[in-house]
Design a protein. Structure first.
Ligand SMILES: [Fe+2]
Ligand SMILES: [Fe+2]
Length: 161
């Protein structure tokens, strides 16, 4: 028997799908960056490429789990004004438990989710998630660029990944 495919346990989890839909409905008319599945996969792939390039020893499913879940609570920021790093870390716990992640892995992933909005070198996963999240944004082709609150040095104007 092969290993459990934990990435797709998350992806097919009903609660996960429900939160994806909630993010989508709150962002229907948003002109800035979205917090949707496409963003989550961009972050996952960039983080995984960076880990391979830099020989960072974190497994693929830990990287994908962090990326797939890092903004899953964005709708709670729209609805309740709860910072979405905190909301996402909180909502991720149940989904990770149901997807066969153990206590130590859940702690590591939720810590990286909590840290994803500010550069934090407390763990290599935190820093990987922060960097890939920023690098994933397509500022070079964005129509709302002039209204965006990202400073010019933060914006991605060149292709890096
Ligand atoms: Fe975020
Ligand atoms: Fe993000």
């Amino acid at each position: 028997m092969g290993e459990v495919d934990r990435i797709n346990l998350i992806f097919n989890n009903k609660i996960y799908r429900k939160y994806l839909e909630k993010n989508k409905s709150y962002e229907e008319n948003r002109c800035f960056c979205l917090h949707d599945l496409e963003h989550f996969l961009d972050v996952a792939r960039i983080a995984y490429i960076m880990a391979l390039e830099k020989h960072i020893d974190i497994s693929k499913d830990i990287i994908y789990a962090s990326a797939l879940l890092h903004d899953i609570g964005r709708w709670q920021e729209y609805k309740y004004n709860i910072p979405h790093d905190e909301a996402s870390a909180e909502l991720a716990i149940e989904i990770l438990q149901l997807s066969d992640f153990n206590v130590d892995e859940i702690r590591m992933i939720t810590e990286a989710i909590k840290n994803h909005r500010g550069e934090n070198e407390s763990s290599s996963l935190s820093s990987l998630l922060y960097k890939s999240d920023k690098l994933s944004r397509k500022c070079y082709g964005c129509a709302a660029s002039h209204e965006c609150n990202w400073s010019l040095d933060k914006k991605n104007l060149d292709i890096i990944y």
